[in-house]
Ligand binder design. Structure first.
Ligand SMILES: [Zn+2]
Length: 205
């Protein structure tokens, strides 16, 4: 099974990726991991990508494509894979189609207001503990007594920005793969187990 996984930040994509990987016995290919491994191994393409990242620039499509391509050619991908974080653009999707067309695009569709509510309720401690105000209302950490705070990543403004960037980026991809009849929409407003059951059920039909 060759799958692309799409889902807004906070929609539980990581959990579903882990379950899909195990269920179908396919590697979970995250673009971030592929980049890090190329950079740490000092490959030519990795160092080239790093030169953009070091300047805070977006890595060009052709570089991203090359990195993913070399990963997909590894032996563990021959029976399928789960792509996470790629493709992000139409040129990337077209390059992937030319290389190895996927079977389906799983789109975890979760209510953005619920995501905002859940993520903005997180409170962190310097020691690494993370709480949620729905289950823990104290101002200090139960473990070390440190004062809890809201990370910048968990602030409403940041979350809303990330969500709208996601929609902007994903809508053209959903349209692109929709035309190929490959998009599988899944209701992300359920428990992780129910989301997964729906994914498997839809992929089998
Ligand atoms: Zn603490």
């Amino acid at each position: 099974m060759k799958i692309i996984l799409l889902g807004a930040p906070g929609a539980g994509k990581g959990t579903q990726a882990a379950k899909l990987k195990e269920y179908y016995n396919i590697p979970h290919i995250s673009t971030g991991d592929a980049f890090r491994s190329n950079i740490s191994q000092g490959t030519e393409i990795g160092l080239y990508a790093k030169s953009f990242m070091d300047k805070g620039l977006l890595v060009p499509d052709e570089v991203v494509i090359k990195i993913v391509e070399s990963r997909l050619k590894e032996a563990d991908c021959k029976d399928g894979f789960l792509l996470d974080g790629f493709p992000r653009t139409i040129p990337q999707a077209e390059a992937l189609d030319a290389l190895i067309p996927v079977d389906c695009v799983v789109n975890i569709d979760a209510d953005h207001e619920k995501i905002v509510k859940r993520l903005t309720g997180r409170r962190s401690c310097k020691c690494g503990e993370v709480y949620h105000i729905s289950t823990y209302s104290a101002a200090n950490c139960a473990k070390c007594g440190g004062e809890l705070y809201t990370r910048d990543d968990d602030k409403e403004e940041t979350i809303r920005k990330r969500l709208s960037a996601f929609v902007e980026q994903t809508a053209p991809l959903v349209e692109y793969y929709g035309k190929q009849g490959k998009v599988v929409n899944v209701n992300g407003n359920q428990s992780p187990d129910s989301v997964f059951a729906e994914v498997v059920n839809k992929l089998q039909s």
